[in-house]
Design a protein around this ligand. Structure first.
Ligand code: PMP
Length: 493
């Protein structure tokens, strides 16, 4: 008979103790493969426990793959593959993931590893101008919690099922109305809610980019777009950015010669340069794309962040022929962790997005959509936007003022955006290698986002992006003082 020792009044139930001890005997080879376990009745008598206790233990051993034959018949020890131990995986894995993944994925991984604005050089109290996520202190968590409670109480389990694939209808209605503020006339069924606009971009790349077809991007462009396009095998066609936006003559030549899947542009507060294009530029870009029947993907990631003077309406506001696919997001102004963005486009395009989502992530999170709708319908979003405008208008003023004070104008040029969070700096008299420049800036206690992240071909001059999203006025002042000193050092002045 098996030698098992039971603790009668301990925390572990008796059947569990029996299971664990028999497993131990099998693992150590004391119970050889093929040997019969004692009949349940006999073992129960022997241990002085109820027969159902043994029965449960044998059932457990069976479901763990340690025995064959169900209790009742004779159970025999089964040779089972060893269980993987907890903790670190086996030292020599059989699959070499770096060579197994697709070339696009390998490229994305390399790019991912290379993203480190602070490199190894940052100081502990560095002022971090690299982060584009808004200041956490402005996130209205408490009022959002109340909205979540309200909708959950009101709609209950409906919000915890798979939600509608294109998004919660009242949110689509709200966004269709909201878009009118920006001159965009779309109906709710021309709106698709994505899990953040990065998700929208991913889906758009999947439906519009095919290997061999080009995708036009601004140079520099949004850094995440480059590996994303490569991941899907698209050929990236960079078009230079001038001080007033993408070079339209270069675009015209490209569209005339190449098969282009779409043109990706950020007309407002472009990431990374902060440049906003003029009305005239927008009209000409749209006319060109209409002429060549090429979709425009307009990324309005900071559309709501207009806080100085007048900024032109989105290109989508002039789209009478269903050419423009507009992307919006709540990430830059409300809560990045919500992961809610949207695509406003022609119904035909929306249908394709819905189909691809069906196979990618099934459906979005209706609960969050409903909570956000409640938040917006209570007027809390409008209040929040006004508050953020006040805060960031002040920050941007302080930043530009501090730059003028601390950065010598003969050593650098920079953009002065009418909103958003971004300022683009180019060093005009610095002959150092780019790595040296970024390392020196980091050692001086400032973290910037290095220019090469945003280009396909390395830029000709040292350049970098500054973001004021997560830095307050006091730190901005200090950061600019340090940056000015660093620029003077590396420009040999
Ligand atoms: N577009 C641009 C230009 C961005 O900068 C970002 C985020 N940094 C996104 C899209 C994606 O934002 P999200 O997915 O959080 O909406």
């Amino acid at each position: 008979m098996l030698l098992l020792t039971l603790t009668r009044h301990g925390p572990t139930p008796l059947h569990q103790q029996i299971t664990d001890q028999i497993r131990g005997l099998i693992d150590r080879g004391s119970l050889p493969i093929g040997s019969a376990l004692p009949p349940t009745r006999k073992l129960a008598e022997h241990l002085g426990v109820n027969r159902t206790t043994i029965y449960r233990a044998y059932e457990e051993l069976w479901s763990l793959g340690y025995v064959e034959g169900r209790p009742g018949s004779y159970s025999r020890v089964r040779g089972r593959a060893p269980m993987a131990p907890p903790g670190a995986p086996a030292s020599a894995g059989l699959i070499s993931w770096d060579s197994r993944v697709s070339p696009g994925s390998a490229d994305a991984h390399r790019t991912y590893l290379g993203f480190s604005p602070e490199g190894n050089h940052s100081t502990p109290d560095a002022v971090d101008f690299s982060r584009l996520d808004m200041d956490q202190r402005f996130i209205p968590a408490e009022s959002f919690r109340r909205c979540t409670n309200t909708v959950l109480r009101r709609e209950g389990a409906n919000l915890l099922c798979y939600g509608p694939r294109a998004g919660y209808w009242p949110l689509r209605e709200y966004l269709a109305r909201r878009m009118q503020i920006h001159g965009i006339q779309v109906s709710p069924d021309e709106i698709f809610i994505s899990n953040g606009s990065q998700h929208g971009l991913d889906l758009l790349v999947r439906i519009l980019a095919t290997p061999g077809r080009g995708v036009v991007v601004e140079a520099p462009t949004y850094a995440m777009m480059i590996p994303l396009l490569r991941l899907h095998g698209a050929e990236i066609i960079p078009i230079s950015m001038n001080s007033d936006g993408m070079d339209l003559e270069q675009l015209e030549r490209t569209l005339a010669r190449r098969d282009v899947g779409f043109v990706y542009t950020m007309p407002n507060f472009q990431n990374p340069t902060g440049v906003s294009t003029t009305q005239d530029h927008r009209e000409r870009l749209l006319a060109l794309c209409e002429h060549h029947r090429v979709p425009v993907v307009e990324d309005g990631f900071e559309e709501e962040m207009k806080y100085f003077g007048k900024v032109s309406l989105p290109i989508k506001s002039m789209d009478t022929r269903g050419v423009v696919i507009y992307l919006g997001t709540f990430s830059k102004i409300l809560m990045p962790g919500l992961r809610i963005g949207w695509v406003a486009a022609d119904r035909g395009c929306i249908e394709h997005l819905v189909a691809v989502r069906r196979f990618a992530d099934l459906s979005p999170t209706a609960l969050l959509h409903a909570a956000l709708t409640e938040f917006c319908q209570r007027g809390l979003y409008d209040l929040h936007v006004r508050r953020l405008h006040r805060m960031y208008r002040k920050r941007m003023r302080v930043t530009l003022q501090a730059m003028r004070e601390h950065v010598p104008p003969d050593l650098a040029t920079w953009s002065e955006p009418g909103g958003g969070y971004l300022i683009w700096v180019e060093l005009t008299r610095c002959a150092r290698f780019p790595e040296e420049v970024y390392a020196h800036i980091a050692q001086s206690g400032v973290i910037v986002s290095p220019g090469p992240y945003y280009f396909i071909e390395p830029p000709t001059r040292p350049c970098f992006r500054l973001s004021i999203a997560a830095v307050d006025e006091r730190r901005i002042e200090e950061g600019m003082r340090r940056l000015g000193r660093a620029i003077r050092d590396i420009s040999g002045s």
